[in-house]
Ligand binder design. Structure first.
Ligand code: UDP
Length: 384
């Protein structure tokens, strides 16, 4: 019997996303592999999504991400409107075997409230679980609603009520991991890269300071708030500083950005991103938060670049210290580790990625979780 899954991607961005879009990228990576495994996928997204699926349902014509900048009373109906569309579809049809939901907070709350006649739900927790303590701390979705994390460390920090609904975790993946072990070696440059949103949790300020103190070249790649190019940020003027990530950039990161030793290049994509990471001697993750999943971490391994990071969040699960990267609990030591990372073997990183972080591997794990959710076998899946 064919399994039909309603994949709820939400109303914020099309799938695949036009640029930066963590969750939508995960869905774009997962769905083709699920379909290869024979799963029928009904995608609940926006009309402009182009991902090949068996069927699509949408309330909005295109991504509503721009609305997130608006005040709460203007934006609070967006995800509810999308979820109402999903609920209407679930009431109207009986072919959905399971809902795989990715919509933060509203998806979980709405689907949990649907009652026993609704299909079983797997809600993937993509974010920091210290958020929404009242929702997570009081969750009661019965046996019908289950959650999964993107790392064990993320779930270990979750409130008890949320953990009671967990069927385990599935690490993130990247298409770059496919056959990563068969790629020709890439010549390494003299730079180190930090790939990610410029944000206090990602710690670009610390990385930039260490680059200046320890004398290594650092490239910061990623958006500052909604600004993807340095020219756009410069043109935005003082108004842009209402965004907390813009303020963080100006106040804590920019003082170290000299355009030579430390550069901010904006968001890089496609081939440019892959070349930048593959030619780096290390990817640096000077984290100040518990990174829940770390797509950029598994991308770095796939591109043969060892990871130097604060030993926080999912990093110790993804990186083996001394083999695929170097981890420390001591912020200041990160600077020395960057210099030591040249001793690690790029081929070892690629092998690890090809073994653990392919989309096929991730899809296989999700199919196992779907089975657990549908049969009520809620005991967490053993770690991969
Ligand atoms: N990314 C990118 N270009 C950039 C910076 C980041 O394409 O300039 C991508 C990166 O390759 C990864 C995603 O954005 O796929 C970030 O995901 P991650 O899980 O690392 O961090 P998040 O932003 O979701 O916390």
């Amino acid at each position: 019997m064919t399994l039909t899954v309603l994949m709820n991607a939400g109303p914020w961005l099309s799938v695949p996303p036009p640029g930066y879009g963590g969750i939508e990228n995960v869905i774009a990576t997962l769905v083709p592999e699920l379909r290869r495994l024979g799963v029928r996928v009904v995608l609940a997204s926006v009309e402009s999504s182009t991902l090949p699926v068996d069927e699509k349902i949408a309330v909005f014509p295109d991504g509503q991400f721009h609305a997130l900048q608006r005040p709460y009373n203007q934006v609070c109906g967006v995800s509810q409107a999308h979820l109402s569309g999903v609920v209407r579809a679930l009431h109207a049809r009986d072919d959905i075997d399971l809902v795989h939901d990715h919509v933060e907070a509203v998806g979980l709350a709405t689907l949990a409230a649907m009652g026993p006649d609704a299909p079983p739900v797997l809600h993937t927790l993509h974010w920091d679980l210290a958020k929404h303590p009242e929702l997570y701390g009081n969750l009661d979705g019965g046996d019908r609603v289950r959650v999964n994390g993107v790392s064990a460390s993320q779930l270990a920090r979750a409130p008890e009520a949320l953990r009671a609904h967990s069927v385990g975790h599935v690490h993130l993946s990247t298409p770059l991991a496919v056959d990563a072990d068969r790629h020709a070696p890439v010549a390494k440059g003299d730079h180190v890269v930090i790939l990610g949103r410029i944000n206090p949790g990602k710690g670009q300020d610390l990385g930039a300071r260490l680059a200046q103190e320890n004398g290594f070249r650092l490239v910061l790649a990623g958006p500052v708030g909604p600004y993807h190019r340095p020219a756009d940020l410069a043109a935005a003027g003082d108004e842009a500083r209402q965004n907390p990530d813009v303020r963080f950039f100006y106040e804590k990161v920019a003082p170290y950005v000299d355009g030579d030793r430390v550069r901010w290049v904006g968001t890089v994509a496609g081939r440019e991103r892959d070349d930048l990471v593959a030619s780096a001697r290390a990817s640096l993750f000077p984290l100040r938060w518990e990174e829940p999943g770390g797509t950029a971490v598994v991308e770095s391994l796939s591109l043969g670049t060892p990871v130097v990071a604060t030993a926080r969040g999912c990093l110790p699960e993804l990186i083996e210290h001394g083999r695929t990267g170097l981890l420390t609990g001591d912020e200041q030591e990160l600077g020395d580790l960057v210099l030591a990372a040249g001793g690690l073997e790029p081929a070892e990183c690629r092998r690890e990625a090809a073994r653990r972080f392919t989309p096929a591997r991730m899809a296989q794990r999700y199919v196992e979780l779907y089975d657990r959710v549908r049969t009520g076998a809620a005991k967490p899946l053993q770690p991969a």
